[in-house]
Write a protein that binds this ligand. Structure first.
Ligand SMILES: Cc1ncc(COP(=O)(O)O)c(C=O)c1O
Length: 310
């Protein structure tokens, strides 16, 4: 008898180029086991969200997908315009104006070795599921984070959004077992890198928004947009400037605010680091202002989002 799968209630629609269409029945949402995506993590992906009927920063996500694919010598089987139309069609088939959209380009089926040249053609999968954002209290009270002991990805692997996410999985596992909401990775030089699926930054005593150098992290679409939106805060004097620099554990300990950035989170304040309060332990003004700017951007800036239901 088939196993019950209560979590599949969140699955709304899936496209697979092997199926040649879109399915809405979770039992049919599958990937061939001989696709090298499954047994070698050989593929790239993107996760974007549709809010109030529009996919936020769809173009930025597709451009990063193209960069990731190029980095692993995977030729995209469709141009970005066609991929975007596909993403929109599957999101619409999902039927929910607020949903999570994941696009995977795999090396494709072709046997079980590591050799990418045994694969016949890339796989294209789009998965649409219900959107689960952090609870409102997480933004009001802030979240708990700690410093990870998990070896981080080296620069090249961190910069590619490949389907090889084992270090990211171990970061998340560590957060769960150590009673934190998020685990923050350090690179091999002890510099702050990123969380499991989020970028991190801090506000220092000079009111600078400091972000890690881009060489050991995935360049987030959210933090990239935040840097643009933060100009308004520099003009108002809430921030003195935005700067990329190597950051260390000591910088986190002295920070007035620590912020997480990502597609599902937008901007999420960390108010406890390894049990100690960050700054005065309350959500700071930069976190509040940046969250407000990003949420305005998501809902009211059609220039950076793609219409699906409107
Ligand atoms: C490792 C990693 N870093 C950072 C991010 C944040 O990127 P974005 O803002 O595009 O969601 C993600 C998102 O998936 C990620 O997987």
């Amino acid at each position: 008898m088939a196993l019950p799968r209560p979590w599949a209630a969140d699955y709304l629609a899936m496209y697979s180029n092997w199926l040649g269409g879109i399915v809405r029945e979770p039992w049919l949402m599958s990937v061939p086991i001989d696709d090298h995506l499954v047994h070698r993590g050989d593929g790239v992906f993107e996760a974007m969200k549709c809010v109030a009927g529009r996919i936020y920063q769809c173009d930025a996500h597709l451009e990063r997908l193209a960069r990731s694919a190029q980095s692993i010598h995977l030729e995209l089987p469709l141009d970005l315009g066609a991929l975007k139309r596909l993403v929109v069609d599957v999101t619409r088939a999902g039927g929910e104006p607020d949903s999570m959209v994941r696009l995977y380009i795999s090396r494709g089926p072709g046997g079980f070795s590591t050799n990418p040249y045994e694969c016949c053609a890339p796989g294209v999968y789009v998965m649409v599921s219900r959107l689960h954002s952090p609870a409102p209290e997480s933004y009001q009270r802030g979240v708990r984070a700690g410093i990870s002991l998990v070896p981080s990805k080296s620069g090249f692997y961190a910069s590619v959004k490949s389907c090889n996410y084992l270090p990211n999985v171990l970061l998340k596992r560590e957060a769960v077992v150590r009673g934190w909401d998020f685990s923050l990775g350090l690179d091999e030089n002890g510099h702050l890198a990123e969380g499991s699926t989020e970028n991190v930054g801090l506000v220092d005593s000079l009111n600078r928004l400091l972000l890690p150098l881009p060489d050991h992290i995935l360049e987030g679409t959210t933090v990239r947009r935040v840097i643009e939106l933060a100009e308004a805060l520099v003009e108002k004097g809430v921030l003195s400037r935005v700067e990329h620099r190597p950051l260390e554990r000591a910088d986190l300990d002295k920070a007035k605010e620590i912020l997480l950035f990502g597609t599902t989170l937008d901007v999420l304040p960390v108010t406890r680091l390894e049990g100690e309060p960050v700054g005065d332990g309350a959500v700071g003004p930069v976190a509040k202002a940046l969250l407000e700017l990003v949420r305005q951007d998501i809902r009211h800036n059609p220039a950076v989002s793609t219409p699906v239901f409107v």
